[in-house]
Design a protein around this ligand. Structure first.
Ligand SMILES: [Zn+2]
Length: 197
């Protein structure tokens, strides 16, 4: 931060405020402290019969790769509302958002993903401004090597595994990068705690 958004001062410093335990952006003129906290990304797995709706990204990062509808939550909405809104914006379809299905902590990029199950009540969809294309996929046709983010890959794996098992449960995992490798550390799911590459 170069300027204080409260008083306009240029005297911004990076230091531990009194009574705090970590450095923050602090204005030396008006003493305002600017806290930075993780962002929540809300999304869903839109289902039409046996098929899943994916969107091809028209924006960076990961332009041209496939994703489930998901995006940053806005102030004044719930996580389920955010998931429905993102689906409308990216895929022009009004989904019925159901149970929370997967939560991912991404501590290295300060994000938390919250992915819901969702049903498409009608066969109406199409690319919104953030998508190049939207398509319904059967499991064998999922473009696994062209998915945009590890969170999307893991959500889809959980989804198809649960569907085979016949019941859906909440999955909770941390996704971290170590030595250039993306690692999933599963904390809780139907199969119990484990770790997989
Ligand atoms: Zn200030």
């Amino acid at each position: 931060m170069k300027f204080c958004s409260r008083c306009g001062s240029e005297h911004m410093v990076w230091r531990v405020p009194e009574g705090d335990n970590r450095p923050r952006h602090v204005c030396d003129s008006c003493s305002e402290i600017f806290y930075q906290n993780p962002n929540i990304v809300a999304g869903c797995v839109p289902v039409w019969g046996e098929q899943i709706l994916l969107c091809k990204r028209a924006i960076e990062p990961r332009y041209g790769l496939w994703t489930l509808p998901a995006g940053f939550m806005e102030n004044g909405e719930t996580t389920a509302e955010a998931a429905a809104r993102e689906t409308w914006e990216e895929a022009s379809t009004r989904v019925e958002v159901g149970e929370l299905f997967a939560v991912f902590n991404l501590p290295q990029i300060n994000q938390v993903y919250m992915m819901f199950l969702a049903v498409m009540p009608a066969l109406e969809f199409g690319p919104g401004t953030e998508s190049l294309d939207c398509r319904l996929y059967d499991e064998p046709d999922i473009p696994w090597d062209q998915l945009a983010f590890p969170t999307i890959t893991h959500t889809l794996r959980y989804f198809f595994d649960d569907r085979r098992r016949g019941s859906y449960s909440l999955h909770f995992a941390d996704i971290v990068r170590e030595g250039g490798e993306t690692i999933l550390l599963a904390r809780r799911d139907a199969a119990g705690p484990d770790a997989e590459p």
